[in-house]
Ligand binder design. Structure first.
Ligand code: MRU
Length: 365
């Protein structure tokens, strides 16, 4: 996608410095577009933990290069296993991270240590290229849904969508998952409008999704997280579409904290609730998402402080709770499959159920 008319991916390997990667520092958006250079595994682990990079598919791609960086001085089996374990534990909920690392380890373990670094770059590049293709396919399948709504409305007014968190191009290598169909609908001339949940505590909605949509010219309105149900009751939401960090074999969906409440409100108001995901987000090893998906608990400071643009025009942080009040900060929640209208994958749409997923992915992959 483009920033000021220039096409970017959210991660790239510069041709004149191919042993490093570049990412955008997502803690600086939307006020600054700052490119970070990463060239060692420690910097990669820090970028993932601190959410300079974030979004399930993107952290998988970045971690893949992190593994290669770790092997530059020591490409032994022991070094490979240790770096893999260290990277996997940086963020526990998004399964794409483990998926990417396991794919890399499987590929590299079969080679001699001397061959591993070069082959690692090739494999990490492939993970990135495939992510772009997969998201484009998700976009096309989701676009069909938006087109159906537009036709059902007699091609009058606008199609109102609601999204939570950021599942756009900066959460993936390009296109995004939940936002890909929205970009495609907009490009096709369908008048879409997006209700953007601010997504407390880190405000990925108001800081990132609003910035992405605005940069692409997509009409949108930022709303407080608690406003979505109100707009659904008023008939102002045609469809909810979100991304996900992990989908279980029976179709339960882990996503940014607050997604579950949106699904409950959607159910009560007969608003379709769709989840867009690449197949690398399916964790075939778990079934009951509420019981089995580990939920990342992040620093209480993310709740107690807010970051924004201050009156003097510079980004700053303010405390929003009394000095002695503690906070809790679960970063994700689980929406049970029964609340999900369907899943949009690179292979098409399916029910959020074991049968639905197996219909599209018979081999469980
Ligand atoms: O904590 P984050 O910002 O990494 O959480 C991101 C999300 O919850 C996204 O919705 C999810 O990763 C899907 S991104 C295509």
């Amino acid at each position: 996608m483009k920033i000021n008319g220039i096409a970017y991916r959210s991660i790239w390997r510069p041709s004149d410095d191919a042993k490093s990667i570049r990412i955008f520092d997502q803690t600086r958006f939307p006020w600054e577009v700052e490119v970070l250079e990463l060239r060692d595994v420690g910097a990669v682990a820090h970028a993932i933990r601190s959410m300079q990079v974030r979004g399930a598919p993107l952290i998988g791609a970045v971690a893949a290069y992190g593994l290669v960086f770790a092997l530059q001085n020591d490409a032994s089996d022991a070094a490979l296993e240790k770096a893999a374990a260290d990277l996997i534990e940086t963020r526990p909920t998004a399964i794409n991270l483990r998926w990417a690392i396991e794919r890399m380890v499987t590929r590299l373990r079969a080679l001699t240590p001397a061959e591993r670094v070069e082959a690692g770059y090739v494999e990490a590049d492939a993970i990135c290229d495939e992510d772009v293709q997969v998201n484009e396919a998700i976009g096309r399948h989701g676009l069909d849904l938006i087109r159906e709504i537009w036709e059902r409305k007699g091609k009058t007014g606008r199609v109102n969508l609601l999204t939570h968190c950021n599942a756009g191009w900066i959460a993936t290598v390009d296109w995004g998952t939940a936002l890909a169909p929205i970009y495609m609908a907009h490009d096709e001339g369908i008048p879409v409008h997006v209700w953007v949940d601010e997504t407390r505590p880190r405000n990925q909605g108001s800081l990132l999704t609003a910035w992405e949509l605005g940069s692409h010219g997509v009409a949108h309105t930022v709303i407080a997280d608690n406003a979505g149900g109100h707009y659904m009751q008023a008939g102002d939401v045609d469809m909810v579409i979100v991304g996900t960090d992990r989908v279980t074999a029976q179709g339960d969906v882990a996503n940014k904290i607050g997604t579950y409440l949106k699904a409950l409100a959607a159910k009560d108001n007969n608003v379709p609730f769709w989840v867009a995901l690449p197949s690398s987000t399916i964790d075939w090893r778990v079934r009951d998402g509420v019981k089995e998906i580990p939920i990342e608990e992040r620093s209480q400071n993310e709740v107690l402080f807010m970051t924004g643009l201050t009156d003097n025009g510079a980004p700053g942080r303010v405390r929003i709770a009394p000095d002695n009040s503690p906070a809790a900060n679960p970063a994700f929640d689980v929406t049970p499959a029964r609340l999900v209208t369907g899943l949009i994958t690179e292979r098409g749409r399916c029910d959020a159920s074991e049968e639905g997923l197996k219909g599209l992915f018979p081999d469980g992959q």
